[in-house]
Write a protein that binds this ligand. Sequence first.
Ligand code: PMP
Length: 458
Amino acid sequence: MTASPVRNSTAALQAADARHHLHPFTDHAGLAAKGARVVTRAEGVRLWDSEGKSLLDGMSGLWCVNVGYGRADLAEVAKRQLLELPYYNTFFQTTHPPVVALSEKLASIAPAGMDLVTFAGSGSEANDSIAKLVRYFWNLQGKPRKKTIISRNYAYHGVTMQAASLSGLTAMHPQFDLPLPGVVHVEAPYWYAHGGDLSPDEFGLKAARAVERKILELGPETVGAFIGEPIQGAGGVIIPPATYWPEIMRICRQYDVLVIADEVICGFGRTGNWFGSQTFGIQPDFMTMAKGLTSGYIPMAGIMMGGRVAETFRSAGEEIVHGFTYSGHPVAAAVAVRNIEIMEEESLVAKAGGEIGAYFQDQLRGLADHRLVGEVRGVGMIAAIELVEHKPSRAFFDPKRNVGTQCRNHCFANGLVMRACRDVMVLAPPLSISKTEIDELVGLAAQCIELTARDLGR
Ligand code: PMP
């Protein structure tokens, strides 16, 4: 059956969408008044909407399309797998070739010692699973009181009950009576906003020691794990000072607290290594993986484990009563393997950590002189531009002025997807972006920041 052209008009799609579709993270009164943006296709680093307008996607969708759009290879692998074995589960001592291949592949690229993986459907599910596995680990160790998880302000770990509780973006809690008990938050290593007169390195130590103070306050015998994104993404691309993660590692080892690195954004090349843990000197006990695992072509997440955690589960001597229908889905696993191979064949991780990442960061640093820009920061293929009211004092705009949203709207109107987290403009383009496309991206970003400054009368 072919849909009629009228049925597919932008207005008809918007009307049906507003009537029947509850969107994530959307104000529906606003959406109904304006109509959703209808995205219809994509290729490389570009999207097209239903009116034929093209947009340079500076965000890789939601930080996930690491190999770029339009990879026929990934579609072919999925088609082949759909025909050969579209579904089978990995429960009850069963496996299939794609999930074996993916597990082996992940063990080969993960930080040293991490060699055991289990699968989920999303980053939220994966973090939820890790919270259960932390409990199980300490139960197996005979330390059933070691259960509290320490997280941080500005953290984003997903939206399930547990993952939203772990998240530290305060807007995520009141609508749902969260956080759940057993989760506490401490300050983030956000030097630009909270560093005051300290140097970044001094502040990195101070922020890490907030974790130590919390462990001592709660009692080390009650703290099971610390969770952190190597770079806090949705919180505003908060890059920790160099002193932060080594001090976190010292503290967590000293008090026998497990370290969970949420690599949902940083994983699969974003920071110039396969994992953010490698960039920042983190030796995690658990790693959360999603997004770049399949470049977003199909949903899949993974939980990577190593060392004593892996050994404890391998030798538990009983059934682990946990797992999803779609854990290790064969089509998703086949796509993930091919996605990782593409990254290897095209040296996308090396480029993000080398020439392309350096070019992206250098070009963006040119925006730091703009009168509205307080700081440009980034690593590899992830970056943030802080829009501020007063540069010397690092003073932010009143949040009610929605300066970041204004800038984001200029971006959409001018052909660029750049996201606003508060008044921090964030970028995470596909790792496959070319230098010419980076020039275009940075030019558009500069133009939209200037338009925002003029709106503000500055
Ligand atoms: N952790 C991090 C660091 C994330 O950025 C996200 C998603 N933005 C999640 C977890 C949750 O992933 P999902 O949306 O797939 O549930």
